[in-house]
Ligand binder design. Sequence first.
Ligand code: M5T
Ligand code: MG
Length: 589
Amino acid sequence: MKSTRLLAKFLHPYRHLVVIAPLLMLLEVMMDLMQPRMVQRIVDEGIARLDLGVVVQTGLLMVALALIGACGGISNGIAAETAVQGFGADLREALFRKIQSLSFGNLDRLGTGHLITNLTNDVAQLQEALLMLLRILVRAPLLLLGSLVMAIVTGPQLAFIPLILLPMELLAMVWVIRRTTPLYTLVQERLDGLNKVVQENLAGIRVVKSFVRAPHEEARFGRVNDDLMMRAIQAARTVAAMPSFLLLTMNLGIIGVLWFGGWFVKGGSMRLGQIIAFVDYLLTTLFSLMMVSQLVVQLARAEASAQRLQEVFLAEPEVVDRPDARPIERLQGQIAFENVTFGYGRKDEAPVLKEITFRVEPGQTVAILGSTGAGKSSLAGLIPRFYDATAGRVSVDGMDVRELSQADLRRKIGFVLQETVLFSGTIRDNIRYGRPEATDEEVIAAAKLAQAHDFIMALPDGYDTVLGQRGVNLSGGQKQRIAIARALLVNPTILILDDSTSAVDMETEARIWRALTSLRQQNTNGMAAPRTCLVIAQRIGSVMSADKILVLEDGRIVAEGTHEELLASSPLYRAIYRSQLDGGVMEHA
Ligand code: M5T
Ligand code: MG
C-alpha cells in the first residue's frame, strides 16, 4: 500500500509517540472493560443484598477507574495529535522541497491544481487516517476482543449470542465498505476538480471580470460544487445504512439476552447483575466492530491521497545534473546551437524547434525575430536548461549545457521571462531577488539602467513600496523594467530578454538600450556588463542595431544577418520591416 510506505517514512521521527499512544489507549480500554463488572457487583452484591457499603465502595472504585481511564485517553490524544501534526508538517515540507526540485516539464504535466490539492487536502487525509490509527486502531480491536472475552467469561451460557450477531454485522460492514470505497475515491476526484476551478479562477480573476464572465465562472463552480456534494451525499447515504444495521443487531442482541437470560435467571444458573454486565459487553463488542469499519473507510480514502502524493514523490526531474557535472568558474559568454531539435510533448508530435544552428560570440548582441508561436521563447529556454534539447547540442563556451551544473549555469544567465512575475514584498526585495546580499547602491544602479529609478522614486515609498501579489499595483511596463533590473543585478555573463520591453514605450525602450550599450563600454557603479545579449522582440525597431538578427519561422531559422544584410536578402524581413515602418516604429533608429 502506498499509504503505509509514506506513513512509515514520515513517522520515523515520531516512532516513540507511535508506540506510547497505543499503550495509553490500552490503559483506557482496560479501565473501560472493568466498568460493567463493577455494575454487576453493585447489583448482585450491593443492591440484591441491600448492602450499602458494597454499593458505595464499588461506586468509588468505578469513579477512580474512570479517572485513570480518562488520563490514559487524554494522554493518548496529546501523543497522537503531536505525532500527527509533526508528521503532516514534515510531509508538506518534503513535498514542497520535492516540487522545487522538479523541472519545468514535470510541473507542466502535474499542474498547479494537483500540487495545491496535494499540499492541503491529500496531506490532511493522511493525517486524519493516522489520527484514527493511533486512537481507534488500538481502541476498537482491543475493546472488541476484550469485551467479547469479558462477555463470554461473564455469561458463558449466553456466548452463542455474540457469536451469531458478530458475523452478521461483519457481513453488513463488508457490504458497506465495498460500496463506499469507490464512492470516496470519486469524492476525492471531485475535490481535485473543485480546487482546479477555484485556483484557475483566482489566478485569472482579472480576465474573468474584464470579459464579464463571472456568471459563467459561477456556473462552472456551481457544477463542480454540486457534483462534489452529490458524490459526498451518495457516499454518506451508503455509510448511513451502517448505524441502522448496528441498531438492529444491538436490539436483537438485547432481546436474545433477556429472553434466554431470563430463563437462566429463573432456573437459578444466572444472576441479574450478570445479565446487565453481559448486555453491556455485548453492545460494546458490536459497537467496536463498527468503529473498525470506519477506520477501514478512512484508510481507503487515505490510500487514494497517498497514491496522488506518491505520483509527485516518485516523479523524476526531467532535467538533472550529471553526477560529474562541471562547476563553472567564469564564462566568456559564447553560445552555440548545433542542429538543435526540440519538442515539449510526446516524441510523435511535430517538434517546436527544427535543426536550429547558430552562434553568438562573446560580446555580441543577437536578436531573434519572428511571428508569435515561431518558437522564440522555446529556443531561449534551452540555454539555461529549462528543458533539454531532444536532439542536437546546445553549448556555452563550447561546453554542452547538459554537462554543466544547472545552478551554476543559471547563475551566469540573467533571464527576463516573457511573462513578468514579481513577488509580494518591496520593490527593493524584488530587484535583489537573485542576489539578496546586494547593496542599496547596486539596487539603484540596476534600476537606473533599466530606466526604472525615476518612476520608483516618484512612488510615495520609493524602493520600499510594497507590491501586492504578483505586483498588481504596477503597470505592465513598470513591472517589465523591474524584471530587467532584477536580471541585471546578478551581473550575468549572458543576458536574455524575452520580449521584455513589449509593454514599454519606444522612447523608454531606446533609453534602456543606450544604457546597456554604454554599460558595456565602461563599467559603471561596479556593475559588470553582460557580455552576450540575446534579445527576443516583435518590433524590428528594438533590434535593428544588433550584431546579428535571426528570423525564426515555424521553428526554423529562415534568415540570418545584420539589419542591412537582411533588408537586402530576405523578402520576409523586408515585409515585416515595411509593415512596421508604416506604424511609425522607427523613430530611434
Ligand atoms: C512555440 C508550443 C506552443 C507553440 C510553440 C511555452 C510552450 C510552448 N509550446 C508548448 O507546447 N508548451 C510550452 O510550454 O511551442 O512556442 P513559443 O516558443 O512560446 O513561441 P514564441 O515565443 O515564438 O511566441 P510569442 O507569442 O511569445 O512571440 O506552438 O504551442
Ligand atoms: Mg515567446
